[in-house]
Design a protein around this ligand. Structure first.
Ligand code: ADP
Length: 329
């Protein structure tokens, strides 16, 4: 964690990397909490791409009306390869200074936070991060904005798939998002009554899964649902289905949920979380702290150094996989 000596009068806010439902609720909170203590908020559009293109506009309290229930991000988002370059970040710092921005709030994932940390280290621009990603893969926080919504979206799809699986006595493999993280898979798997859950960082074997399916058939169960995280290579569910077919002759159907998990109206959990994080980020900046992410630990908000949040790995909750297997007998 770092301290800054700047009296914050103007905050810049941007969303970066993958969009997540609830980002708008965080933007709304930042603008309105800021306004309540005399701080102006400037919206930076399209993440680091828009910052470099000077796409920056003042946000008034009415500009963030009617967005708390909307998925996506009104500020748009973006990915910039250029931002990895030292001289490009120097140009970005000059643009921020030109606008009189004395503090930044970055809503995004660990990649976005690496860029934010670099801006503080290299140009002493005070920055606070808000974790916004459906993957919930950021170290140091129990929850990220968008995770709860994505889990509920995937779950409602799985409930429908279960109807078909049950009617046809079928095995279904459902692939959910999460990149290298298995958080969505583990939560959706347990909540959806899955027989097994595959994630990139938990060593589940196809053989064990087949045994479990065969055992459940013996016990009178006619349909099964397996959940897999996408991993680095979306489409992994097809490889899994092929492997199950080769090893057991069982013909598993595949359903890849894909981007529907990203969109949609944020759940109450995400709206409340985003509003609290947005408010705390403004508070933190104005109290002179920066280079930190605001995270959650149980019901509490906590401050986590950005460097920790970007360098440490958050492991998937293996205990949920084990419980799911026990419960799916
Ligand atoms: P997320 O924030 O969701 O993890 P990305 O990993 O795509 O998404 O990162 C978003 C953007 O953050 C990248 O397009 C890039 O502009 C910036 N970024 C990522 N890593 C770094 C880095 N090491 N240094 C500077 N900028 C970075």
């Amino acid at each position: 964690m770092a301290n800054h000596q700047v009296s914050i009068k103007k905050i810049g806010v941007y969303t970066s990397g993958g969009d997540a439902p609830g980002m708008n609720a965080a933007i709304r909170a930042i603008v309105r909490v800021g306004a309540s203590i005399g701080i102006e908020t400037l919206g930076i559009y399209n993440g680091y791409v828009g910052l470099l293109e000077n796409k920056i506009q003042s946000l008034q309290i009415r500009d963030v009306a009617n967005i708390i229930q909307r998925g996506g991000t009104i500020l748009k988002t973006g990915r910039s390869l250029d931002f990895h370059k030292l001289e490009i970040r120097k140009a970005a710092a000059q643009i921020l200074r030109f606008h009189g921005i004395d503090g930044l709030i970055c809503i995004g994932g660990d990649g976005s936070f690496r860029g934010a940390h670099a801006l503080w280290m290299e140009h002493q621009i005070p920055i606070v991060g808000i974790p916004g990603t459906i993957d919930n893969d950021i170290f140091g926080t129990d929850l990220t904005i968008g995770f709860d919504t994505a889990v509920n979206t995937a779950l409602s799809a799985i409930d429908r798939i279960r109807d078909t699986a049950d009617s046809h006595d079928r095995v279904f493999i459902v692939e959910v998002m999460g990149r290298n993280s298995g958080f969505i898979a583990c939560h959706v798997g347990l909540a959806g009554g899955a027989e097994d859950i595959f994630t990139p960082d938990i060593n589940a074997t196809v053989e064990k899964s087949i045994e479990r399916i065969k055992d459940s058939i013996k016990k009178g169960k006619r349909s099964s649902i397996l959940i897999t995280a996408e991993g680095q290579k979306p489409g992994r569910a097809y490889d899994l289905a092929e492997s199950i077919r080769k090893k057991s002759g069982i013909d598993a159907k595949v359903c890849i949920l894909g981007h529907i998990q990203r969109g949609g109206s944020p759940t109450a959990v995400d709206r409340v979380l985003a509003s609290r994080l947005g408010s705390a980020a403004v508070d933190t900046l104005t109290k002179g702290f920066c280079d930190i992410m605001i995270g959650t630990e149980g019901p509490n908000l906590i401050q986590v150094p950005l460097e920790l949040a970007t360098t440490k790995e958050k492991r998937s909750p293996i205990e949920l996989v084990q419980l799911s297997q026990i419960l799916a007998i």
